[in-house]
Design a protein around this ligand. Structure first.
Ligand SMILES: [Zn+2]
Length: 108
C-alpha cells in the first residue's frame, strides 16, 4: 500500500520548502511522486500565447518524491511514519507507527 495518498496532510522533509505542510493533490504511483498544494513551487517560463500575450513566468507546484514526504498524524499532530494494518474485514489501511491512530484521508 502506498504510504502517500491523495488527500493526505504531509510535511516536506527536504528542499527549500523543508518543514512546510500541505495536502496531497495528486499522486503518480509510477514515478513515486506527489503534488502537494502550496509546496515546492517552480517557476515556469511561458511563451506568449493568444491567451496571455505577454507570456511570462507561471509558478506551479512540482512533484515531490514520496521519500521526501511524511504523513502528519491527526492525533500526534506531527509528521510520523506509518504502517499498514489489516482491519477485521480484510481492508488494508495505514496507521501511525507512534500512536496507532488510523491515518484517515481528508479528501474522500
Ligand atoms: Zn500518531
Amino acid at each position: 500500500m502506498r504510504k502517500i495518498q491523495k488527500g493526505d496532510r504531509v510535511i516536506l522533509l527536504s528542499g527549500d520548502d523543508r518543514g512546510k505542510e500541505g495536502v496531497v493533490l495528486k499522486v503518480n504511483p509510477s514515478s513515486g511522486k506527489a503534488i502537494i498544494e502550496g509546496i515546492n513551487f517552480v517557476k515556469r517560463h511561458h511563451k506568449p500565447t493568444k491567451k496571455s500575450p505577454q507570456g511570462g513566468i507561471v509558478e506551479k507546484e512540482a512533484p515531490v518524491h514520496f521519500s521526501k514526504l511524511l504523513v502528519i498524524c491527526s492525533k500526534c499532530n506531527e509528521a510520523v511514519k506509518t504502517k499498514t494494518i489489516i482491519l477485521a474485514d480484510g481492508y488494508k489501511t495505514r496507521a501511525c507507527k507512534k500512536c496507532g491512530e488510523m491515518i484517515t484521508n481528508v479528501a474522500k
